[in-house]
Write a protein that binds this ligand. Structure first.
Ligand code: G3I
Length: 305
């Protein structure tokens, strides 16, 4: 196959990208989007600050532009993200305790209900674990509202949109030996054992020289899958250039393909210049929209599956 999406479809997988609403008027961007990808994540437009700027006043304009553009092109959409310590609207940042809990659950319910039937998978909770060696939850206003806030969010999301897959999504959970990976693993194991509704784990997979693709990446994907959840690579970018970068994208792609329940890969932007880490040229297309070596190695890996 000659596009990322068509190549991924050969093994029943998807290949997605993050999309920014502000770039939908850029024809180079939209041409690549329409040609290469069959899954879309809103880069910022479905986050809490975007969708509920004032308490109980919901704003779906930018998220809808991305969702409608994708669906009109026959693409599916990953929802990102219902509950997160970051990118909270100001009013929520100032809340705590049971009123925060109620506001968070209301947000999850309202947004998931609004998009019911249109979202393939929701990142229900994003980045709730701490970095470093503790393996513990990250401190945040949501965490201080009670340790069960995550499962409460998942239950609310399931009730609002029973057809969406519900994911826990995080970064630095790629190396199987890291405490953070182990912490997330134990939470998912606990949720599965107690019947808390969770369907998937998203590994963001933002890689650079400080945080390279670990040699045990496939092991991590497989171990999560063995808990009875899908795994998805949700925000892939790898800083670098040339053959070294191409090799890293190939390795990540091959790791997903080797795990039956790794259902798809999403890159976190289209061209290097669209990236939150543009200085690191971490994506598959250069600033002019030309395919990079990393594009070719990714496509070849998908076609070899
Ligand atoms: O839209 C405003 C604009 O009006 C304003 O003039 C400008 C001035 O700073 O800011 C604009 O908002 C920025 C927004 O991106 C849209 O470009 C925010 O400042 C900026 O913080 C925001 O960054 C986003 C970041 O999440 C915020 O946490 C990145 O685009 C986005 O790629 C990044 O994505 C996250 C995932 O959601 C979760 N995982 C990590 C990943 C990378 O950080």
């Amino acid at each position: 196959a000659s596009t990322l999406a068509a190549a991924a479809q050969q093994s029943g997988r998807y290949f997605g990208t993050a999309v920014a609403a502000g770039r939908l008027g850029d024809s180079t961007y939209v041409n690549i989007l329409n040609r290469e990808f069959d899954m879309v994540t809103a880069e910022n437009e479905m986050k809490m600050d975007a969708t509920e700027p004032n308490q109980n006043q919901f704003s779906y304009g930018s998220g809808d532009r991305i969702l409608n553009q994708a669906r009109n092109q026959g693409k599916r959409v990953r929802g990102h993200a219902l509950a997160w310590h970051a990118q909270q609207p100001g009013w929520m940042q100032r809340m705590e305790g049971s009123s925060l809990r109620q506001a968070m659950l209301n947000h999850v319910t309202q947004v998931a209900t609004y998009y019911r039937g249109k979202i393939y998978a929701w990142d229900v909770v994003n980045e709730a674990f701490a970095d470093g060696s503790s393996g513990a939850r990250r401190d945040s206003n949501l965490q201080r509202s009670g340790n069960d806030w995550i499962e409460a969010a998942f239950r609310a999301a399931r009730a609002a949109d029973p057809g969406a897959k519900l994911c826990y999504n995080d970064y630095n959970t790629d190396d199987w030996t890291h405490a953070k990976t182990q912490g997330v693993y134990r939470m998912v194991q606990d949720f599965k054992s107690r019947g808390v509704p969770i369907d998937c784990v998203g590994l963001q997979s933002h890689f650079n020289s400080q945080s390279p693709v670990p040699s045990n990446y496939q092991t991590t994907l497989q171990n999560f899958a063995n808990l009875g959840v899908d795994v998805q690579i949700t925000e892939l970018d790898i800083e670098g250039s040339g053959s070294a970068q191409a090799d890293n994208f190939r390795r990540v792609t091959e790791a997903c393909l080797a795990v039956a329940r790794c259902t798809g890969i999403t890159v976190w932007g289209i061209r290097d210049t669209d990236s939150w880490r543009a200085y690191g040229t971490p994506l598959l297309f250069d600033g002019s929209g030309n395919k990079k070596a990393a594009y070719n190695s990714t496509l070849n890996a998908l076609n070899a599956a």
